[in-house]
Design a protein around this ligand. Structure first.
Ligand SMILES: NC(=O)C1=CN([C@@H]2O[C@H](COP(=O)(O)OP(=O)(O)OC[C@H]3O[C@@H](n4cnc5c(N)ncnc54)[C@H](O)[C@@H]3O)[C@@H](O)[C@H]2O)C=CC1
Ligand SMILES: O=C(O)C(=O)COP(=O)(O)O
Length: 630
């Protein structure tokens, strides 16, 4: 005996579309009405009462239609608008609707007048759409609905599905309690609460399965789908209070995101990182070999800052974990703070401020100087150093710079060939070298002694770059007349107590590593880094990755995409292509990039394939990671 296939019964409003169609119709018909907002709110309330089964559906429909005051011509506008409001994961999985066309039904308490034309584009013919129909007067005004239709009655979906008498397993996919009732009544076998557009507690609570989108539904049912692994299954852990926009951007994309306020010590991170696909951190979290050993699912690390030495980049690479950062988002914030601090130090503003806070008026010009005409020594003429150079010249400073790399002088800045030359000449020395561990104690007793007597020191780069003991000694002796220190050799993982030998010293500005902590910078980072992460997860793009061969990919819509990360040893490409050829797969595009240690190859393929090929590709010697994108 041939077994009847499974049947899929979809709801329409807020399931196939992102909206409730009658709400959209209300927006159209009430355009220009001064009570529009109020009426729409009332319609929505009535809709929800009906969906949750709190008032009879017939009553809900009657009341809404009266308030709508719609005309036949409004329906054309509505259909046009609904075309742009198809649920995202429905839209991207058209193939499923094509392949399973004969088994898909729509049962909706909405209206065929707008459902039919929409779902037709998804291969669902009118005769498999069960919904209400409007009644019009002779002028085309909507005056009611066909009351004889079971779907116009309370729990009408039960009767409708019963009448259909479908064979095989029946799965209902919908957002509302009125969809669940078909399962409750025993006519459907399974109810999937569809939460992509709206999460209705009453439906979710009773569901056999909560599906945040169609990808997940297709995944659990092993059905053909656009992306092989649903995004909601990708777990993203964001630490160190990264801007909430990052949480929103990534959640909106469909990922499961968790946001923690502080960084986590190694032991805690080792526990927490298990099952996490993407880790987002700032400068405090140490991503060590041990953390990576525990990170069984990790694909990418996002540094929501500039510095990346807190991450073991090599270990990440060996594990096939791609690291991104935000190299420019907070540059300007650091520069502005440096300018502000240089002026504050030169004017001895902090001592004056502390005195007056303590009730002491001390109007004096002693140790208070303009910055105009003074020598600013910038150590590290990179992104921050260069921008600072421009701003400092604009306020009349003479800029000297020193960098290990050849850097073009901006404006009138003067290049120093040695650090000593720079230290000898500068009234203020400001440090902007990168966070390489080799820069530890870069400024120690010897370098301080090379500075002018009474010069100032600013450090907004990394704490370990300055020997704090030597600095304290120099401040106490007056060799250095002031310092602004934003970064410390040891910084706490979260806000709270903090101690440094620099506390209580005259003309010393201390800040808790806030050089890049402005709303603008954090917002920009929360846009920049998630975009890189999404690009990598969604398409395999590694442009701007800090530890990985960069591949920029053209957009591909029709093919399958395999990502293969391997140790860079000879012959891997040949092996990959041999496997693909053996499985008769046609390569429509292939992109390879390597560095000394790893190779990253992306293969685009144009037709259905035998899943065995995946096992074969994973088995190739020296494979680090393999991923099927779609
Ligand atoms: N306080 C804070 O909140 C922030 C701190 N930073 C830190 O600021 C520093 C600079 O950032 P960017 O300008 O974006 O980096 P960058 O990489 O653009 O520039 C660093 C420059 O320092 C030079 N350099 C490295 N070692 C050197 C050495 N020993 N002597 C002389 N030059 C050396 C490099 O050649 C490079 O030109 C980094 O350490 C970064 O982590 C960045 C943003 C915020
Ligand atoms: O961007 C950097 O490198 C910084 O030092 C800023 O780090 P943060 O994001 O404030 O922990």
């Amino acid at each position: 005996m041939v077994q009847a296939g499974r049947k899929y019964v979809f709801d329409f409003d807020s399931t196939l579309t992102r909206v409730e169609a009658l709400d959209v119709l209300a927006e159209i018909t009430l355009n220009g009405n001064s009570n529009k907002e109020e009426i729409i709110r009332e319609i929505q309330e009535i809709t929800n009462l009906g969906i949750d089964g709190d008032i009879s559906f017939t009553e809900s429909l009657e009341r809404r239609i009266k308030l709508l005051n719609a005309h036949k011509s409004d329906l054309e506008v509505l259909v046009d608008q609904l075309r742009d409001k198809i649920s995202r994961s429905i839209e991207s999985n058209k193939e499923f609707f094509e392949a399973y066309s004969d088994d898909i039904y729509v049962i909706s308490c909405g209206f065929k007048e707008f459902i039919d034309p929409i779902v037709k584009e998804y291969n669902i013919p009118e005769h498999r759409v069960y919904a209400n129909t409007f009644k019009f007067d002779e002028d085309g005004k909507i005056i009611g609905f066909d009351e004889a239709n079971v779907l116009a009655t309370h729990n009408g979906k039960i009767a409708c599905l019963k009448n259909l008498d479908l064979e095989g397993e029946v799965q209902v996919i919908g957002d509302g309690y009125s969809d669940y009732v078909m399962r409750e009544a025993g006519i459907a076998d399974k109810f999937f609460a569809y939460t992509e557009n709206v999460h209705r507690e009453k439906a979710a609570k009773n569901a056999d399965y909560i599906t945040p989108n169609l990808d997940e539904f297709l995944f659990v049912n092993k059905l053909p789908r656009k992306i092989s692994y649903p995004k909601n299954r990708i777990k993203i852990l964001l630490l160190e209070n990264v801007h909430s926009d990052a949480f929103e951007n990534l959640s909106k994309e469909g990922f499961s995101v968790e946001l923690l306020k502080s960084s986590l010590p190694e032991e805690e991170l080792i526990e927490k990182v298990k099952g996490v696909h993407v880790l987002g951190i700032r400068s405090k979290t140490q991503v060590t070999q041990k953390v990576l050993d525990a990170a069984d699912k990790l694909m990418a690390v996002g540094a929501f800052c500039i510095g990346t030495t807190q991450i073991d980049l090599e270990a990440c690479k060996k594990k096939g974990v791609v690291v991104f950062n935000a190299p420019y988002s907070n540059t300007r914030s650091v520069v502005e703070l440096a300018i502000g601090e240089i002026i504050m130090l030169m004017r001895s503003i902090f001592p004056r401020s502390t005195e007056i806070h303590g009730g002491q008026w001390n109007k004096t010009a002693a140790n208070s100087k303009e910055v105009r005409g003074k020598n600013l020594g910038i150590v590290g003429y990179g992104n921050i150093g260069k921008q600072l150079s421009v701003l400092a010249e604009a306020i009349g400073m003479r800029v000297y710079y020193y960098d290990v790399a050849d850097q073009l002088a901006l404006g009138n800045a003067i290049k120093c060939n040695t650090l000593e030359d720079l230290l000898n000449v500068s009234d203020v020395v400001t440090l902007h070298i990168d966070d390489s561990k080799t820069n530890k104690n870069f400024i120690g007793e010897r370098e301080i002694n090379q500075m002018k007597d009474g010069a100032m020191l600013v450090n907004l780069s990394r704490g370990f770059i300055v020997d704090i003991e030597a600095l304290v000694k120099a401040l106490k002796s007056g060799k250095i007349a002031g310092a602004a220190i934003d970064v410390f050799p040891e910084e706490p993982g979260s806000n709270g107590d903090f101690h440094t030998e620099l506390q209580g010293l005259q003309n010393v500005i201390l800040t808790p590593h806030i050089g890049g902590s402005t709303e603008e910078a954090q917002r920009d980072i929360a846009d920049f880094v998630p975009n890189k992460i999404m690009d990598y997860i969604n398409s395999g793009n590694t442009v701007d990755a800090v530890n990985f061969p960069n591949i920029r990919l053209p957009k591909q819509n029709t093919s399958h995409r395999f990502l293969h990360i391997h140790k860079n040893v000879p012959g891997i490409m040949a092996k990959i292509n041999k496997v693909l050829a053996r499985y008769d797969m046609n390569i429509t595009g292939q992109y390879l990039s390597t560095d000394n240690e790893v190779g990253y190859v992306i293969s685009d393929l144009d037709k259905e394939y035998n899943k065995e090929v995946i096992k074969e590709l994973k088995k190739i010697d020296n494979t680090i990671k393999f991923r099927v994108l779609y």
